[in-house]
Write a protein that binds this ligand. Structure first.
Ligand SMILES: Cc1cc2nc3c(=O)[nH]c(=O)nc-3n(C[C@H](O)[C@H](O)[C@H](O)COP(=O)(O)O)c2cc1C
Length: 231
């Protein structure tokens, strides 16, 4: 019989998983290339279908990160790119409700009302500054791959976030970057066929910032699991 709470490895792993949060305000403290390399070195152990390892990671800092942010901010302001449809319009009811709760808490923490479209656009634009983080990551995948490889990618990205969390760093995965595939491809000179999966901000969290203290509730296990064949 396993007593999960008494297991020392579980205590560390569980605490790392449970304490990870999407962080959207960072301190100015730098993160070295070596630290990012170490995080990616841990994350490369993530499993993938037939060990295909579909990840390709671009790590940016300093002037090159600033230049990409500038280009993306301009593209966002020009509003010429079609909106990113990263979820279906007809989202299942329970998921829509959770999404709305997220929106209320997120914009609420920033003091922005639902109807203030200008302010909300400004909030969205902060994504492209990597929320002020010293390091920005862009994750790309071969565009011929299917949803099963994207599943591998999700596992990899969570592993990156946990490896970062374990050394006191914070992250925010950001699908927002996928809207600007062409801008990023031009800017980073991506090989033809590299599709943007998402971006990620990486740095030290500003613990005092209200936007970093939003509590995003999770459903209890019984609400999403069906146990079959147990006593
Ligand atoms: C794949 C993925 C894409 C995301 N994209 C964005 C994004 O573009 N902008 C943003 O502010 N947060 C983004 N998030 C963060 C989610 O909003 C956040 O994970 C969720 O609300 C749960 O909160 P938590 O991570 O603090 O537990 C993304 C998260 C994931 C996993």
């Amino acid at each position: 019989m396993i007593d999960r709470h008494a297991h020392p490895d579980a205590q560390v792993v569980d605490a790392t998983i449970r304490s990870r949060r999407a962080i959207r305000h960072f301190t100015d403290d730098a993160v070295t290339r070596r630290v990012v390399e170490d995080i990616l070195d841990v994350a490369r152990s993530a499993p993938s279908n037939s060990n295909t390892q579909p990840w390709r990671v671009y790590v940016l800092t300093g002037a090159r990160k600033a230049a990409l942010s500038e280009a993306l901010r301009r593209a966002h302001a020009d509003d010429e790119h079609p909106p990113l449809r990263h979820m279906p319009d007809a989202l299942p009811h329970a998921m829509r409700a959770r999404q709305e709760t997220f929106g209320m808490r997120y914009y609420g923490a920033l003091g922005v009302s639902k109807s203030d479209h200008q302010q909300r656009a400004r909030v969205t634009a902060r994504n492209f500054d990597f929320f002020g983080a010293p390091v920005g990551l862009i994750f790309a995948v071969d565009s011929t791959l299917t949803k099963y490889s994207w599943l591998d990618y999700g596992i990899f990205i969570q592993t990156v976030m946990l490896a970062a969390r374990a050394v006191g760093l914070a992250t925010c995965a950001q699908v927002s970057f996928a809207r600007f595939q062409n801008v990023i491809a031009d800017h980073l000179d991506l090989p033809c066929g590299d599709e943007i999966v998402c971006g990620m901000s990486l740095g030290f969290p500003d613990e005092a910032s209200p936007v970093n203290r939003i509590d995003m509730a999770r459903e209890p296990v019984r609400n999403f699991s069906t146990f079959i064949g147990f006593d």
